[in-house]
Write a protein that binds this ligand. Sequence first.
Ligand SMILES: Nc1ncnc2c1ncn2[C@@H]1O[C@H](COP(=O)(O)OP(=O)(O)OP(=O)(O)O)[C@@H](O)[C@H]1O
Ligand SMILES: [Mg+2]
Length: 509
Amino acid sequence: MTKRRPRRRPRLPWTLQRRLVLTVVGLLALVSITIGVVSVVILRASLLDRLDVQLASAADRSAAALGGGGDNDGDRLGDLPGSPYFGTPTADSILSGPAQPPGLLALVYDGSTITTGYTDDRSGAIEALTAQQVQLLADHVNQTAPVTLNLGGELGDYRVQAETSRSGTLYLVGLPLTGVAATAAQLAVIIGLVSLAGLVVVAVIAAWVVRLALRPLQRMTATATRVAQLPLDRGEVSLSERVPADDTDPRTEVGRVGAALNRMLDHVDRALEARQASERKVRQFVADASHELRTPLASIRGYSELTRRSGQELPPDAIHALGRIESESVRMTGLVEDLLLLARLDEGRELDMQPVDLTRVLVDAVSDAHAAGRDHVWNLELPEEPIEAIGDEPRLRQVIANLLANARVHTPAGTTVVIALAAEGNGVVITVTDDGPGIPEGLTATLFERFARGDSSRFRAANAAGAPSTGSTGLGLAIVAAVLAAHRGEVTVDSRPGQTTFRVSLPRA
Ligand SMILES: Nc1ncnc2c1ncn2[C@@H]1O[C@H](COP(=O)(O)OP(=O)(O)OP(=O)(O)O)[C@@H](O)[C@H]1O
Ligand SMILES: [Mg+2]
């Protein structure tokens, strides 16, 4: 069985703020530790020096007490008969001598016996040492320079120094290191606490300062986010978003970023304006060209019709040619009308919005489709109540006509087409479903773009025999999408072989 690993908590990201605050706090901690360690070491060394001086004077006084004198020759209390120090020199003579510091430890070796003892700091009484401690001290009886010994037990560390008195007695005196250790520890604790408090204060201040310094970056992020939400890829957009002037001071690092961002936005704004201007020109050109083409096309159609119907005898070839001219001019008129409509929708020209009875629009459209495509089965599913929507009626009729024309033209004879109308929430949904072969694969992505069409010549050839051909330009669904966008509605498609559904949704009001 495999044990499930405990899920690791996602690591917090290394934000600039965290990085800066932690760096400052880390460096300060390093400096504090260094200062603390150096201070404690220096303090300890200086306290030890002072202890050694005390030890040396204690040794001098001890020499006097022992009656021989060390360096201090003037004082020979022990040499005097009647003095309390007179007689065999012992540790007690040293310890009970005048002006000896508390905690003093002494060992005296007069050549045959060793006497030891120490004065208790608190009670001032002279206490005995254990055999182990005596042995340890005896091992250092030749040590003329001060050394530190750990005597264990209650005594702990002692600084000891051995001397020989004038009379040749070996003796050793020691002073406790407890005072030195306590003072050093105290200093360490104080430095530690002060540093800790300092670190907390510095961390808070650093976080505040860094946050303050990064605030312009947050404002820039907000600007960039607003720009990112603009629909720059279509239509007329003006890019008026800029980083506030306060955040673009080129003398600061953050200001330089702000200034660069503004320069970039200026650049994008100019590019957008250029794109919009060129799009406007193309639209204008298409609109003008389509408009200008309408009149000559109407003339061509009219004259060819007139000639064909003039009643004069014409050779069959000429009649056929005139028929072709007529049908092609009809097709071209449709194309020109489509282009003009798209150009006008692109311009965002106002639609003539009125309440539209969709039920009637669908009934008319299906009856037209039925007339045009007798080989198809047309089913209309309408709700009990008539449904209205606000829209431009001719344009909505065109949307339905385009969808029904597609269901007729791009499917084989015998295909069933179901047109349904339903109210859905605040909107209206019209679906056109056919059981034809489906939209060619590879076309779905660009289906609603202009001039996107599949190779459907197979079915068109069959259809063309019955109905006059209107040709296939690939503008039908582009018009559907543009008209619905102008109505704030949308069209979606779901197609697979055997079922293709176009779903048109429109807001009711
Ligand atoms: N119901 C459908 N079944 C199968 N294919 C379809 C259907 N509707 C559309 N298509 C495919 O989508 C393409 C684009 O349709 P669209 O209406 O935009 O252009 P078109 O019908 O080719 O030309 P136009 O409508 O401008 O005369 C069509 O060429 C056809 O390949
Ligand atoms: Mg079409």
